[in-house]
Design a protein around this ligand. Sequence first.
Ligand code: PCA
Length: 220
Amino acid sequence: MVQKIQHRILLTGFEPFEQEPLNPSWEAVRALDGWQCEGAVVAARQLPCVFGTALEVLDQLIDELKPVLVICVGQAGGRSQLSVERVAINVDDARIADNAGRQPIDQPIHSDGPAAYFSTLPIKGLVKAMRAAGIPAEVSQTAGTFVCNHVFYGLMHRLAAHTPAVRGGFIHIPYIPSQAARHPGQPSLALDTIVEGLQVALQSAVTLQQDVIEGGGQLH
Ligand code: PCA
């Protein structure tokens, strides 16, 4: 019998950082490990919150899994919605040290790379689909300058060079309630809501041929 080769979607989350006991990005993506999405299966993997090393791990995972779609997910404490990132910029500028004590300031991620890469996900379509499913979501114009932007940029740099047909992008997620309880006043979303949002985002990323034309910008 001929075995059907199953397409894989690589979904990554991060280990905890900045004294948090957990990282909701890892909690959410690991709930989706093995989930079947439009004929593809999700492989959920964890990345270290370390400049350089996180990209080495991501590179190995892409070599090993040969995914048809890659979405990296990270925690953005203080945000209130699932944030589909539009753009990755070629700079590391760390306000805090990473989990290996590294704190690059104004360093390019790839000295020969362009200033920025756009997500190749249909970002407006993802936001529209999540909102339609009752999940608070937005387009975000910046993934920051810490390890998440670093991973997002490195991912897009690699895909652009080797497999431009493979879509890639980044989604930031808010704290979950147990974290917000330790940061009074900060917004949060239930883990189940985040997981459901990611399911809708994955489905849209696989099925939408083109992005939808809809406002998602900001005045400032
Ligand atoms: N969030 C951080 C790095 C790891 C994570 O989950 C960021 O936004 O850069």
